[in-house]
Design a binder for this molecule. Sequence first.
Ligand SMILES: C[S@@+](CC[C@H](N)C(=O)[O-])C[C@H]1O[C@@H](n2cnc3c(N)ncnc32)[C@H](O)[C@@H]1O
Length: 254
Amino acid sequence: MTIERLNEALAALHGGHAPVPRAEDIFIGDGDYTAIAAEFLSYFVTVAGLKPDHRVLDIGSGIGRMACGLRLFLDPQRGSYLGFDPVQEGVAWCRQAYAGQEHFRFEWVDLYNELYKPDGTILSTEFVFPVEASSVDLAIATSVFTHLYEPEIAAYLRQTARALTPEGRLFATAYLHDGDRPAPSDRPHLVFDQQDRDYPHRWHVEGAPPLSAVCFSEEYFAQLVAENTGRRADIRPGRWRGGPGPWFQDLVLI
Ligand SMILES: C[S@@+](CC[C@H](N)C(=O)[O-])C[C@H]1O[C@@H](n2cnc3c(N)ncnc32)[C@H](O)[C@@H]1O
């Protein structure tokens, strides 16, 4: 039943039945918008156990790339989606694209981010997710912890732990490394060759803004998860570091 519904949603996505922003408005990175939506919807269902009646929280919802697949999968009567993001244009576009779909909500929160929202007025470390405790079946944070510092991630992990039902899960992506340093990469934007002087478990890309991509030691990240959620992180290496994937960034399931 769930897999049938997934296949229908994927067919609809590939058939162009999802709202897609204009290319010049997409601020969340390269790649085919709907192909990435389809890929991640499959992971949400087959890896994280998403069901049509689930309540989903999208942390850093951007310009609706994850929402568009979820909208075709979640049951309009029993499932729901809430996304939040500091980039007002992205949230405004989503609100318009999903107008009239009561089970889909997007909130703009003026969160500070050195790269995405340098004039933001709310610190992530002080932000309370706009959901009740134990009310979320699946939280997602795709390509968000790749743009935050440790205290922000720690705060978001605590908020996620509060939001999730006991059986609920977090599906996040990150760049993590094992051993002493990140794996070499042939993609210039992923050459993590700058080790932070004060936080040696964190690496950046030389010549790029620090938050354009962050890579943490896997051991450190697992500890951050354990300390802030009381749960064990299931880390599945992505292709970017030679892992089996098929996902590109590492998956972190909590
Ligand atoms: C690479 S984009 C990924 C967007 C979306 N998750 C996706 O996969 O399409 C990173 C997103 O994180 C958002 N972001 C940055 N700082 C944030 C914060 N403190 N809290 C929530 N989202 C944040 C950015 O505005 C941006 O939309």
